[in-house]
Design a protein around this ligand. Structure first.
Ligand code: ADP
Ligand code: NA
Length: 353
């Protein structure tokens, strides 16, 4: 039987937090560790996506190294998965151009990501003359066409499965429609419409405002736990900064008690052996104080992150002695490139290029 091709990407915009870990990275590692011999796995640090928003060049270089180190630290294994930076495989950009020639502007204008990144409402349009002319000038082509690059990332490898968080479902649907439209236009089944694999963990919420999702772009650094946070950072953020409520006892209700429920979810998804479900965990903890709950959550988070933090620090120390991440990236990128070249040759020959 033919194996699956699994591709996913993450932007180099800072060290991953618990949301990235539970919603994406840990799932990638699980997929890798249960994959069959025939499956092909590709995980990419998508730096070309990061520059859709202006980046400081020194920061971008550092973020890229930190993300590569993070991916290896959480357990991606270079012997099983190709872990590489997107910018090293220029075929992503080439396929993006080809796909741009069949991508619909109308469809792209309905996508929500460029609107939210620019702080515009969901009904904003890039065409309307009634739109604020300043924001029309400020909307860059790359930010607008970002989903086409994401589609190219996926379609370049004949990807059959894409593990992502639910916030990416809209972009995956765009990718599928683009593949089907391209195939129809050329009368050949050349691009593979991919399936989505959703992570089981619920959306991880901010510690300081549990009505919002935990995010790298939150201006309050205490709102998130990074996978490299020290034991004392973890304790400080959970014990002192995590917002709960004054209701006595522990119950699980994401609407009525978002803070407490988020802590229960974090504890459960970090170590699923603690209970059968978040609801069961809350029942086990029904009579403990808020302080005791927080101590347990901090202990579980620290226990789970400790080996990741240790590996991360080792990789970064190693990198000071010799450019391990750089070497690794070269090898993985060149393997990815040879798959990409073959597929692009097929695509180009169908088009007549
Ligand atoms: P951020 O929103 O912090 O900038 P990214 O957009 O880089 O994170 O997301 C990378 C991956 O992490 C995506 O697959 C996304 O679905 C997942 N993810 C991000 N934030 C969360 C969260 N709070 N809970 C669950 N998954 C998340
Ligand atoms: Na995001």
């Amino acid at each position: 039987e033919k194996g699956r091709v699994i591709f996913s990407g993450i932007q180099p915009t800072g060290i991953p937090h618990l949301g990235n870990y539970l919603g994406a990275l840990r799932e990638w590692v699980r997929i890798q560790n249960t994959a069959s011999e025939q499956d092909k796995l590709l995980f990419s640090v998508v730096d070309m996506h990061a520059i859709t928003v202006k980046q400081d060049s020194a920061d971008l270089r550092r973020y890229r190294r930190e993300m590569m180190a993070s991916l290896l630290a959480v357990g991606l294994d270079p012997l099983k998965s190709l872990v590489f930076t997107q910018g090293k495989v220029h075929q992503h950009a080439e396929l993006m151009w080809i796909l741009s020639c069949t991508a619909s502007m109308g469809y792209l204008s309905r996508m929500t990501q460029w609107k939210s990144k620019m702080g515009l409402g969901t009904d904003a349009s890039p065409f309307e003359s009634t739109a604020d002319p300043k924001s029309r000038e400020a909307l860059k082509l790359g930010l607008f066409s970002y989903p086409v690059l994401q589609a190219a990332d996926i379609l370049l490898y004949g990807t059959t499965h894409v593990p992502v968080g639910e916030d990416q479902a809209q972009h995956l649907e765009f990718t599928r429609q683009l593949a089907l439209g391209f195939n129809a236009a050329y009368g050949r089944t050349i691009l593979t419409p991919p399936e989505t694999i959703l992570a089981p963990a619920k959306r991880v919420m901010s510690l300081t405002d549990p009505t919002k999702k935990m995010s790298k772009s939150d201006e309050n650094p205490n709102s998130r736990i990074l996978i490299t946070d020290s034991k004392s950072d973890i304790e400080m953020k959970i014990m002192k900064k995590a917002l709960t409520d004054s209701i006595e006892g522990v119950t699980y209700d994401r609407q009525a008690r978002p803070g407490v429920s988020n802590l229960i979810d974090i504890m459960y998804y970090m170590d699923e052996s603690v209970a059968a479900s978040p609801e069961e965990l809350a029942k086990d903890m029904a009579n403990v104080s808020m302080r005791a709950l927080k101590e347990k959550v901090a202990e579980t988070v620290n226990r789970t992150l400790e080996p990741i933090r240790t590996r991360y620090n080792l990789i970064m120390k190693d990198e000071q002695r010799r450019p391990f991440l750089q070497d690794h990236n070269e090898v993985a990128a060149s393997a990815a490139k040879s798959i990409a070249k073959k597929r692009l040759r097929n695509i180009n020959s169908v088009i007549g290029m």
